[in-house]
Design a protein around this ligand. Structure first.
Ligand SMILES: Nc1nc2c(c(=O)[nH]1)N[C@H]1C(S)=C(S)[C@@H](COP(=O)(O)O)O[C@H]1N2
Ligand SMILES: [Mo]
Length: 355
């Protein structure tokens, strides 16, 4: 990924940002994100797919390859999970130097109720051959990235592909998938950064060697320079976000809050382990615990947090929040730099003016 030393966002970055919108932070107040407010990340073009003639080809190292229409899939066991998806590049835009790609600030997140059938059931039905080591997912979308023409493809090791909550999903919030979210069928891998959840699925293939495609070996690796092999980006690191209080300035989005007690609120999640604490700082020095509440889903969806704040007087404040999970992962103030700008989960700062 090229790097930029200037703070100015280029027209190419703006072009990506206008296609791939984020969650407006006030939409953190919905337990389940309405489809149109959920963030989007589309590497190439949204493909136009005729759902009536579309089929999923499930093959490779299996005893019984399957070719499945949507009706065939609907005849399989149905499962639903509320899942918080986050783009691995969330937070990238604030790095210096800045990896030039989709310039996310904080907002590449959303929670939807995904409905479909467990992938494990279909792999079992097809019967994995003993020499299968990974499952490869291929989307119908094509493009050029890093100079290579390609279909969007990602793989998962067998252990991860067989996790019971991994879905082949044809529904989002009880409706058929919208085109931009992967219609007619997508993968949903709970707890993992979004790139894993391949949209517009064409095929699912059991393979005998680790897949070395662009999205596995060139993109989505933690590394400091191109020559390093690096570590793969997998599960979502903890993050808490605040729905900014008060009202925004149209251009700067700086907040104005009337003097008096105010309830701060937001969401927190981690794909590594359940969130156990959210702390809030209103003075830049001390941290106090927020109330946590699970108002949607189970392990794979974000929690709501609330915090009562009574500002000591009029003035300018910087509000901050941070999440900690059960494994002790906490959000750093300044996360380590990496070439792709992945998992940049630094603490959110929300300047407010109390009047
Ligand atoms: N086929 C395909 N699947 C894809 C992508 C893509 O560009 N093509 N983008 C991935 C990335 S990087 C993310 S973060 C998520 C975004 O899912 P959403 O747009 O439904 O929020 O989809 C993933 N699946
Ligand atoms: Mo992403």
């Amino acid at each position: 990924m090229p790097l930029s030393d200037t703070r100015e966002i280029s027209l190419e970055e703006l072009q990506l940002a206008a296609r791939n919108h984020g969650l407006p932070l006030e939409a953190l107040r919905w337990p389940v994100t309405p489809a149109g407010l959920h963030y989007l990340l589309i590497h190439y073009d949204v493909p136009v797919v005729d759902a009536a003639s579309w089929r999923l080809e499930l093959g490779g190292l299996v005893e019984q390859p399957l070719s499945l229409s949507l009706d065939d899939l609907r005849a399989r066991p149905h499962a639903e999970h509320a899942v918080t998806l986050e783009c691995a590049g969330n937070g990238r835009a604030r790095l210096t130097p800045r990896p030039v790609s989709q310039p996310w600030l904080h907002e590449a997140v959303g929670t939807a109720v995904w409905g479909g059938t467990p992938l494990a059931g279909l792999l079992e039905e097809a019967g994995l051959e003993p020499d299968a080591v990974e499952v490869l997912f291929t989307g119908l979308d094509r493009g050029v990235e890093g100079g290579e023409e390609q279909a969007y493809q990602r793989s998962l090791g067998l252990h991860d592909a067989l996790m019971p909550d991994v879905l082949l999903a044809w529904e989002m919030n009880g409706e058929p998938l919208p085109p931009q979210h992967g219609a007619p069928l997508r993968l949903v891998v709970p707890g993992w950064y979004g790139m894993t959840s391949v949209k517009w699925l064409a095929s699912v293939e059991a393979i005998g060697e680790p897949f070395r495609g662009y999205q596995m070996t060139a993109a989505y690796r933690y590394r400091d320079d191109e020559d390093e092999e690096g570590e793969p980006v997998t599960r979502i690191h903890p993050r808490a976000l605040m729905a900014p209080p008060g009202i925004p300035d149209f251009f700067t989005r700086a907040r104005t809050v009337p003097l008096g007690p105010v309830q701060l609120d937001g969401r927190a999640w981690s794909g590594l382990a359940p969130v156990v604490a959210v702390e809030v700082s209103t003075d830049g020095e001390t941290w106090d615990g927020a109330q946590l509440e699970r108002d949607v889903g189970g392990r794979w969806s974000w929690c709501r947090w609330t915090f009562g704040w009574d500002p000591p007087g009029p003035g300018d404040y910087v509000l901050r929040c941070r999440a900690r999970d059960e494994d002790g992962n906490v959000q750093p103030d300044d996360p380590p730099w990496n070439l792709g700008g992945y998992a940049v989960n630094g603490v959110q700062r929300v300047p407010v003016s109390v009047r």
